[in-house]
Design a protein around this ligand. Structure first.
Ligand SMILES: C[S@@+](CC[C@H](N)C(=O)[O-])C[C@H]1O[C@@H](n2cnc3c(N)ncnc32)[C@H](O)[C@@H]1O
Length: 248
């Protein structure tokens, strides 16, 4: 109960600070804290903000890249305009949305992808977490080829099955990949950010984060394949049914 109270109190405090500073969402402070720790965005940069509604991260990104930069945001939900950002409505996994983003980039490479994407939740933790991980892997597959050499990628993850496997699938593409929990998100124990720095456009065997991630996850979960080399063994184990009164 006390923990719950502290969590709510902290959340309210970030919300109040966001309101006082003119940010649309308390999540703006998460990106601000990531930025002050890792300095991923610079003046003149091109930023792709994935899952941008209501626009808190876009506000922070515009401050960092200035008028010479470009901030493109995408979300299923429409956002109120943010001065200096182009915020679009669409599903990032939809090829038509992806094409619109590529068109808006006008051949410019992206310096940083900042993704706070989280799918609708069903309330069933295992399912929600698995859906979120797959979505993140799909965002990597779409956005990695858009990144410039040395670019960075920040994404929210929810702790649970598959996090290590996703990190392993992403690692070959960057010099450093690490988890970071900004102060503003510490009240949410399940949420963590993956900070990937210095993109190296190098192909893994499959070339797909999603495929590499799913292959590794299937190994730990057993997958749905049947091993060819399973040998049947004899067992003395038998099931003895308890007699019930109708059988007596
Ligand atoms: C936590 S919110 C982002 C908050 C945002 N960073 C801010 O500071 O205002 C996560 C967003 O991800 C979006 N989202 C979920 N699935 C998506 C998808 N397939 N394509 C685009 N956006 C998606 C949701 O609509 C939601 O608005």
């Amino acid at each position: 109960m006390a923990d719950h109270w502290i969590e709510n109190h902290k959340r309210d405090s970030w919300r109040k600070q966001a309101k006082a500073s003119g940010y649309r969402a308390r999540s703006a402070f998460k990106l601000k804290q990531i930025q002050s720790r890792f300095e991923l965005m610079r003046q003149g940069d091109v930023i792709l903000d994935v899952g941008c509604h209501p626009g808190g991260w876009a506000q922070v990104a515009v401050e960092e890249v200035g008028s010479s930069g470009l901030v493109i945001g995408i979300d299923l939900e429409p956002c109120q305009p943010v001065d200096g950002a182009l915020l679009m409505v669409g599903d990032i996994t939809d090829p038509m949305t992806q094409e619109r983003i590529v068109t808006e980039l006008k051949r410019r490479k992206v310096n940083s992808v900042v993704s706070d994407i989280s799918p609708d939740i069903t309330g069933k933790w295992n399912i929600d977490q698995a859906v979120a991980m797959t979505l993140v892997a799909k965002v990597f597959d779409f956005a990695l080829p858009l990144l410039c050499n040395g670019g960075s990628f920040v994404t929210k993850l929810f702790q649970g099955v598959g996090v290590e496997e996703l990190i392993n699938a992403v690692k070959p593409h960057f010099s450093t990949v690490r988890r970071y929990s900004p102060e503003a998100s510490r009240n949410s124990s399940s949420e963590v950010y993956l900070i990937c720095r210095n993109y190296i456009p190098w192909k893994t065997e499959t070339g797909s984060v999603l495929v590499d991630y799913e292959t590794e996850v299937n190994k730990i979960l057993g997958g749905d394949e049947i091993d060819d080399d399973v040998v049947a063994t004899k067992t003395k184990f038998t099931v003895r049914r308890k007699k019930n009164s109708s059988e007596e």
